[in-house]
Design a protein around this ligand. Structure first.
Ligand code: IPM
Ligand code: MG
Length: 369
């Protein structure tokens, strides 16, 4: 049987640096665990624009559709700030999400014991935190029509975006949240603004419908998203799985991420419908962005990208044990005090480089055998 295929899109900023470490981890699993992948690499974002004049070429889009899983680094940077909206690096990522129909975005926010002091919140509020945000990723205000900037015919202009959700779009992401909850602590909290938005009323009703008809065993609650933001910083451990729309999910997941101390630690999975081989369409990426301020300096933390590959092992390749091995290796490295600059507090010793962190993870993987 052919090896499963992985398309790697390092992208911009720190993307290529952190992805280099992930490629070493992928090679380790091939050599030491007999899990070989056919890896190919391509361009996305500003890097693709520089070469092809578009943030995602049709050929790369087709390769992503064919791959068993896509691993992405990061997109964007100040060099592209003045580009036309349709050519911005972010459009490459949004095209991948939309055309692969990756409607369910899993963003775990887990507080690693060794990092509980790094949170801006008190240690006892975040220690042991383990929540999963399920963000709808292919609809809502990110994609709704009409959209655009027009003259308002009174000498000014008007900017328009449309929040739009259908029954099917809400139900399918709700199902993926309930499925995940069953394998965790069996609790889902759905967040919207049903007090001011019709799309929020529909969201609440449809999530409740899926619950009542298909997942009555899972505990479901509803919360307005603004209260959700407040509860996330007040008492985050009350949550297990949070399901929410594209824009609220974007904001709430950054907030939840920071509870854990560093954006440099958080992976994500974006999943769609099953392909013919039974695997879901899937793209894995760290939650941190391209961090142009530190790009090219060998300072970036590769852990989030490495942990994104662990999510690929679990959700695309049914290798939950190997995913846990990799997560365990990252935990061990942190417990041993290995720290990139983003994980330092004043008074700590010298930070390690991106490559040093990769070396430490590989050594911990060797130790796990
Ligand atoms: C994210 C990012 C993206 C988003 C950007 C880069 C388009 O913030 O993945 O959270 O807004 O979805
Ligand atoms: Mg975001």
């Amino acid at each position: 049987m052919a090896n499963p295929s992985l398309l790697i899109l390092p992208g911009d900023g720190i993307g290529p640096e952190v992805m280099t470490e992930v490629e070493r981890v992928i090679a380790w699993f091939g050599e030491k665990r007999g899990l070989a992948f056919d890896v190919s690499t391509d361009l996305v974002g500003g890097a693709a624009y520089d070469k092809h004049g578009t943030p995602l070429s049709d050929a790369t889009m087709a390769a992503a559709q064919d791959a068993d899983a896509v691993l992405l680094g990061a997109v964007g940077g100040p060099a592209y700030d003045d580009l036309d909206f349709s050519l911005k690096p972010e459009r490459g990522l949004l095209r991948l999400r939309k055309e692969m129909d990756l409607f369910s975005n899993l963003r775990p926010a887990q507080c690693f014991d060794a990092l509980a002091d790094f949170s801006s919140l008190k240690k006892d509020i975040v220690a042991g935190l383990d929540i999963m945000i399920v963000r709808e990723l292919t609809s809502g205000v990110y994609f709704g029509e009409p959209r655009g900037i027009q003259d308002d015919n009174e000498g000014g202009r008007v900017g328009v975006n449309t929040q739009r959700y259908t029954t099917n779009e809400i139900r399918r992401v709700a199902r993926s949240a309930f499925e995940l909850a069953r394998r965790r602590s069996n609790k889902v909290c759905s967040m919207e603004k049903a007090n001011v938005m019709e799309s929020g009323i529909l969201w609440r009703e449809e999530v409740q419908w899926v619950h009542d008809n298909e997942y009555p065993d899972v505990e479901l609650s509803h919360m307005y998203a603004d209260n959700g933001a407040m509860q996330l910083v007040r008492a985050p451990k009350q949550f297990d799985v949070i399901v929410t729309d594209n824009l609220f999910g974007d904001i709430l997941s950054d907030c939840a991420a920071m509870l854990t101390g560093s954006l440099g630690m958080l992976p994500s999975a974006s999943l769609g419908a099953p392909m013919e081989n039974g695997r879901p369409k899937a793209l894995y990426e760290p939650v941190h962005g391209s961090a142009p301020d530190i790009a090219g300096q060998g300072k970036a933390n590769p852990c989030a990208c490495v942990l994104s590959f662990a999510m690929a092992l679990r959700y695309s390749f049914d290798q939950g044990d190997e995913a846990a091995r990799l997560e365990g290796a990252v935990q061990k490295v942190l417990a041993d005090g290995v720290r990139t600059a983003d994980l330092m507090q004043s008074g700590d010793a010298e930070p390690v480089s991106t490559t040093d962190m990769g070396d430490a993870i590989l050594a911990a993987l060797d130790d796990s055998l």
